[in-house]
Design a protein around this ligand. Structure first.
Ligand SMILES: NC(=O)c1ccc[n+]([C@@H]2O[C@H](COP(=O)([O-])OP(=O)(O)OC[C@H]3O[C@@H](n4cnc5c(N)ncnc54)[C@H](OP(=O)(O)O)[C@@H]3O)[C@@H](O)[C@H]2O)c1
Length: 212
């Protein structure tokens, strides 16, 4: 059993990861600005209100933790069209805070199209992707580089287009750039991958693309 901090635990992948990590028997500290973890009550769950951009909040959140899962996201479609630095700013704060405290394991969600996976976006999708997600993914690329340059034991998960479908456990983990492509995957299956990484080191220092 590990003590896991989940950053961005109130919705989406983070909430689903919180649910599955508890099911797997881990102790979970669930952090978001709202502090909400809808529908979950468990003796191994600690809900905390905190901002990933606040050094004091993050220092407190890291206390006694073995593993960090970073599942931050911007709140609305409108936010995608404003300048975005959430991912890089939060990671610039998180990485040294983890290094200082000797918390080694970081599992982070970015997305297909971030970092070197950008080159694998099809010609047809490239322009609409850039128009809608360009700002977010430019910042996610900076986030990835900060993680890769760290001394942490990191894994970066790059899911394709997210759905709210059920957990199937049947999804592809694409490691080789030649295989990278877009596709859909449920948040529950992304959470399945993230929770497996708490104890599995197969994908250490790797950034696979996840699709059905
Ligand atoms: N949509 C897609 O098809 C797609 C595809 C690939 C990758 N992704 C990526 O996957 C990730 C997860 O997306 P999602 O839709 O499942 O989740 P989401 O709804 O975007 O949830 C984001 C989480 O981050 C938290 N958060 C945001 N700012 C925060 C801050 N400053 N401090 C602490 N917590 C903060 C939010 O909680 P509070 O608001 O309560 O703080 C929420 O719990 C995102 O990075 C997204 O870009 C999305």
């Amino acid at each position: 059993m590990a003590r896991v901090l989940i950053i961005g635990a109130s919705r989406g992948i983070g909430l689903e990861t919180t649910r599955q990590a508890l099911e797997a028997g881990h102790q979970v500290r669930a952090l978001s600005r709202s502090g909400a973890v809808r529908g979950l009550a468990d003796p191994n769950l600690e809900k905390i209100r905190g901002d990933a951009l606040d050094g004091g909040n993050m220092a407190a959140a890291l206390d006694g933790v073995d593993v960090v899962i970073q599942a931050l996201g911007v709140s609305s479609l409108g936010d995608l069209f404003r300048p975005i630095s959430l991912f890089s700013d939060a990671t610039r704060l998180l990485v040294p805070a983890m290094e200082t405290r000797g918390v080694k394991r970081l599992i982070s969600v970015t997305g297909f199209g971030a970092g070197d996976s950008r080159a694998s976006i099809s010609c047809l999708q490239r322009l609409p992707f850039q128009m809608v997600f360009g700002r977010a993914y430019a910042d996610k690329s900076v986030q990835e580089q900060l993680i890769k340059d760290s001394s942490l034991d990191w894994t970066i998960a790059r899911p394709g287009v997210l759905t709210n479908g059920r957990r199937t456990g049947r999804y592809r983990i694409l490691d080789e750039p030649a295989d990278w492509r877009n596709g859909i995957i449920s948040r529950a299956d992304v959470a399945d991958f993230l929770v497996r990484q708490i104890e599995d080191r197969t994908w250490l220092r790797k950034a696979p693309v996840l699709v059905n």
